[in-house]
Design a protein around this ligand. Structure first.
Ligand code: ADP
Length: 167
């Protein structure tokens, strides 16, 4: 039984994340999508931890071997806690590599029994990130196809709320 973990902040989950989750789930018996609380990332997440988990749960309903869990501890500690022996990360461009390589080395130093593996982004999602999606949506740009439908609706709603809050 091979259980893996796909970690991230997922604020919000994008089609690029879902592609990696689907491909990782096809390689493993079970996959835990680990959603980091990340209270300080980029001035604080746009969506709460419950909302971020809920978006992923809905978008992965078709994947029977995927479950979603929030965490706020060291990644490798959480991986051990849920019995995952492999951490799967998506790699977009060379720019991701340096940071991911560093994290993989540090995680290996803490827990050498947990392996980190990378899945390359497909060209269509190579330049897709949660922050780019939020930036485009904030300016009223088109994000159809870049995020799951539930996220698309929630983004529109949240950004209207924040505009109203400012007036
Ligand atoms: P983090 O908090 O580590 O920045 P993210 O939520 O932004 O996490 O991303 C989680 C993981 O998904 C990372 O490994 C990242 O490289 C990967 N990822 C993000 N966007 C894409 C994409 N468009 N295609 C493939 N992998 C991606």
């Amino acid at each position: 039984m091979k259980r893996g973990m796909c970690p991230g902040t997922f604020d919000p989950v994008t089609s690029g994340h879902i592609d990696i989750i689907e491909r990782a789930a096809a390689l493993l018996d079970e996959l835990v999508v680990a959603v980091a609380l990340s209270p300080d990332k980029g001035g604080g997440p746009l969506f709460s931890i419950d909302e971020r988990c809920d978006f992923i749960e809905t978008a992965t309903e078709h994947l029977r071997n995927v479950w979603v869990r929030p965490f706020d501890t060291l990644l490798v500690e959480f991986a051990s806690e849920v019995g995952a022996s492999v951490i799967i990360k998506g790699l977009r461009a060379v720019t991701d590599f340096e940071r991911e390589f560093q994290m993989a080395q540090l995680n290996y130093r803490i827990s050498p029994d947990i392996e980190t593996m990378f899945i390359m982004a497909i060209p269509e999602y190579m330049y897709l990130s949660s922050s780019a999606v939020k930036e485009i949506a904030r300016h009223g740009g088109p994000v159809e196809g870049l995020v799951p439908q539930q996220v698309y609706d929630a983004l529109a709603e949240r950004l209207v709320e924040s505009r109203q809050g400012r007036t």
